[in-house]
Structure formats: C-alpha cells, structure tokens
Ligand binder design. Structure first.
Ligand code: SDX
Length: 435
C-alpha cells in the first residue's frame, strides 16, 4: 500500500487540522490511517459495527459488496467453485498460491494423517447433556484442544502455526461428526484414510457399525462445493473475533473456539438453521408470504427474513447464486422428499416476493449464502442443528489463515478499541444505611 496521498480533518471548533495518510489498497476503497488522530486532535472515531472501519490489512479475501464480487487470494469464487476442491482452497488460503500436483498431494496426505483426536478427547464429549446443541459441543471441544496443544507451541514460529492449521482443518470434521453422534446417542465412528475429506465426514456422520456404508459421491461433491463457498469471507464477525482473541497471543485453538461462538448467532452463521425454521413456520402457518414480508418490514416486529440482507453485499451474494444452482440440481437429481421440495418452493416464492417489494429493493436486501444452504443440508439428511456446525467446519480454514496472517504481521498489536462513554462520572460512595 502506498501512502503519498493524504486526507485532512479540520476541527471546526478549534480550527485545528490533522493531515493523515490515505492508504491505497490493491482493490477496494482507499483507507484513511487515523492512527495519530487521538494524539493530535484528542478525539476518538465512533463506528459501532465497524460500518466504515478497516480493522486490519489483509491479502487473503476480497469482497466488493456493490458488484457482488468474492475472491480468495485473487481467484474469483466462481472459478474456484467450478474447478477447485475444498482442500485445494485451504492450501490456497494458507499459502497465497495454488498448489502444484505434488504440493496438493502432500497437503492432502498431511490433513489425512491428522484427522484423529487424542483418545482422551473422546471422553470429553460424554460430559455434555445428551441433548446439547452440537454448536455448544463444538465450542467446548475445540477450546479443549488448547489443553492438548499448548505447552510446546510457539505461535511466533511459522512451522508451529502451520501444524496448528493442519490439525484444525483435519480435526474439525471429526469433531463435527462426533458432536452429531453424541447428540444423537450414536456410537463414535473413526475417520477412514482411504476416503476423501467430505466423504470421510459423511462416513463419520452416517455410517453405522451394523452395516456397510459408502458415502454418496454426489453428496460429497455438493458438500465440498458448499465448503469452498463458506471457507473465508474477509473480516466478518467470527473472523474478527478470532483475530481479536489471537491478538493477545492466546492459544489459537482457544481463539478459533471464540470464532465458533461468534458464528453461532442467528445474525451470522446461525442464519442457515434459522432460515429453515422460518420456512417450516411459513409452510405450517397457512398464511400468505406477504404476511411474513410485511412483518419483516414492521419496525415494531422483531421478525426478520432470515437469509436476507448482508452487511457488505448490496447486490446478490455471489455464493447464494452458486448455492441456488446446487440446490435445484441436487433436489432434481435426488428423490427429495415432498417436504424438502415444499421448503424449496417456499424459498423461491419468498425470494420472488421479497425482491419485488420496495422495502427490500431500497435496502438492497438480497438472499445471502445462508438462504439456500440449509435446504441442501436437509436434502443431504443433515439435521438442522448441524447446519452451523458445517459452516464452522468450512470456515475454520478462513479463521486460521487470517490468524496466521495476523501473527506473521510485524505491525500487529493487541486489539484494544476505545469507547464513547455515556455513563455517570465522579460520584461519591454512599453508605448503605444512607441510600
Ligand atoms: C452471514 O459478514 C459476513 O460476511 C457474514 C457472512 C460470512 O460469510 O461470514 O456472509 C455470513 O452471516 C450472512 C448473514 C446471515 N444473517 C442473516 O441472514 C440474518 C438476517 N439478516 C439481518 O439480520 C441483517 O441483514 C444482517 C445482520 C445480515 C446485516 O445487518 P446490517 O448490515 O447491520 O443491516 P441493518 O441491520 O442495519 O439493516 C439495514 C436495514 C434496516 O432497516 P432500516 O433501519 O433501514 O429501516 O435493513 C433492514 C433493517 O431493519 N434489514 C432487514 C433484514 N436485514 C436488514 N429487514 C428484514 N429482514 C432482514 N433480513
């Protein structure tokens, strides 16, 4: 980034001016470096939700919300969706270049060799209530990995950071599947080295000791594509959480666990589960779609159309476009249940109604990645409370790649935002018998 350009801010009260560098990125809006603002002008900036704030510099993922552009290390998501695989995308996000055949073979083998959990971890699951939400289990288990990989880890050593990334990418499907198995009272299934990444996940999720099980290659391919689309997404809430937690030099497994917690919220990664619950509720209500669109517009009603809107995309989420196609193809190729087809029909009809409604058009509220992913997961036989777990599984590479980039950045500091204080000040303590 070059910084020969500048911006001057003038305090109209005092007439004082501060000139600050205007940083030029390789793509996207220019950035005002306000680092010296408080020192020179005595003011903070105020931007709750970081609507206009760049929290870091990064070379990993580029979004253009107006144009609906998403690129991983400069490669358009559409091309990666068509030609790549999730593990190849993991290599790309971590290493900033596409692997040669031998590099990819070595990477895939390394991941395969790290899919097992320490046997003591397996017993960790039994401490949860049997009806625990798999996301609650995943937050706890991933955080607990920090107990197994801590004493001998030097997070300032690049090799240690890379092995941490390999371990997380490799173990997340095992943890995700175990979370499902435990929550459903099923015996744990160990990974199989001869299966590929997504086949292995389906095997650990759905195989039973009583029968042979061969993962459906159609489902494994569709899941691989969905994971590519969910792999990274710039400085979203969960990634920013991982960066902030990691900025204190915290254990990376604990930092990723904080990202899983942030992702769980229905305003973020939990939206895929919330979309299906909304579609089921719409179908069961017998009310017209407009009733729900009107509720979503009513400021006195907390109801929102889940799966619509995005902080950055003010155009169609490019991932939603790709997932929409997979959704139709999968339901056509499979004998989808009438229930699943009804959900898809309602989703398509709701999309049409919303996109013709001025409220949504004026606010650029388009379907996002979560609007269709849940329907695909249902078609795969994945239960609703596992949808965000799969999102977390896919996003792990994004979290750990962004963490690694931050840890390698010599200019990185511990994140410590300031505030606009609005509370009481300088009050004297009153003894309790005088209150
Ligand atoms: C993800 O950041 C990322 O990149 C996230 C993600 C990733 O890959 O990491 O892309 C994944 O989290 C996708 C988003 C999934 N969430 C949902 O689908 C939940 C429903 N969407 C909304 O909650 C909302 O759109 C957000 C949270 C996604 C974005 O909220 P913003 O940017 O803070 O926007 P806002 O709440 O300020 O809304 C702007 C206006 C408001 O109306 P006005 O005040 O202008 O009158 O749009 C309205 C909102 O009321 N609005 C909606 C709406 N989303 C926004 N109205 C009805 N239904 C909705 N879904």
């Amino acid at each position: 980034m070059s910084n020969e350009e500048t911006v001057t801010i003038k305090d109209n009260t005092t007439g004082k001016e501060v000139t600050m560098p205007l940083l030029t990125p390789t793509a996207g809006p220019k950035v005002i470096d306000i680092g010296k603002l408080y020192k020179e002008l005595g003011y903070f900036t105020y931007d709750p939700g970081f609507m206009s704030t760049a929290s870091c510099s990064s070379a990993i993922t580029y979004l253009d919300g107006a144009e609906g552009v998403l690129q991983y290390r400069g490669y358009p998501i559409e091309q990666l969706a068509e030609h790549s695989s999730y593990l190849e995308v993991c290599y790309l996000l971590l290493n900033d270049h596409l692997p040669t055949r031998s590099e990819l073979d070595e990477f895939e083998n390394t991941i395969t060799m790290h899919t097992m959990l320490h046997e003591a971890m397996i017993r960790f699951f039994s401490g949860f209530r049997r009806d625990a939400h798999p996301m609650a289990i995943m937050v706890g288990v991933v955080g607990a990995l920090s107990a197994f990989y801590h004493d001998h880890m030097d997070i300032h050593n690049e090799e240690h950071r890379m092995i941490t990334a390999y371990r997380l990418v490799a173990k997340m499907p095992t943890i995700a599947a175990l979370s499902y198995r435990f929550a459903n009272g099923k015996p744990f299934v160990y990974p199989r080295n001869q299966l590929n990444y997504t086949e292995n996940f389906l095997y650990m999720m759905f195989s039973m000791p009583t029968d042979d099980y061969t993962p459906d290659p159609l489902l494994a391919k569709a899941l691989d594509l969905i994971m590519i689309l969910h792999a990274d997404h710039e400085q979203n809430a969960s990634t920013s959480t991982v960066r902030l937690a990691g900025s204190s030099d915290a254990n990376p497994f604990a930092a990723v666990a904080s990202g899983i917690a942030a992702l769980w919220g229905p305003a973020h990664g939990g939206a895929n589960e919330a979309v299906i619950r909304m579609l089921i509720n719409i179908n069961e209500s017998g009310k017209p779609l407009q009733h729900f669109v009107d509720r979503a517009k009513d400021k006195n009603d907390s109801f929102r159309l889940m799966g619509f809107g995005h902080r950055v995309y003010k155009n169609y989420d490019p991932r939603a476009k790709l997932i929409r196609e997979v959704c139709h193809q999968l339901l056509n190729d499979m004998e989808s249940s009438g229930e699943q087809q009804k959900l898809l029909d309602t989703a398509m009809a709701l999309e049409k109604v919303a996109l013709e409604d001025d409220y949504f058009v004026e606010r650029n509220l388009y379907p996002n990645v979560d609007f269709y992913s849940g329907i695909i997961f249902l078609a795969m036989g994945i239960p609703m409370n596992m949808f965000t777990v799969i999102f977390a599984m896919a996003r792990t590479i994004g979290w750990i790649s962004q963490w690694n980039e931050m840890m390698a950045d010599k200019e990185a500091k511990i994140g410590r935002p300031r505030q606009l204080y609005t509370g009481e000040i300088d009050r004297d303590y009153i003894p309790i018998d005088k209150r």
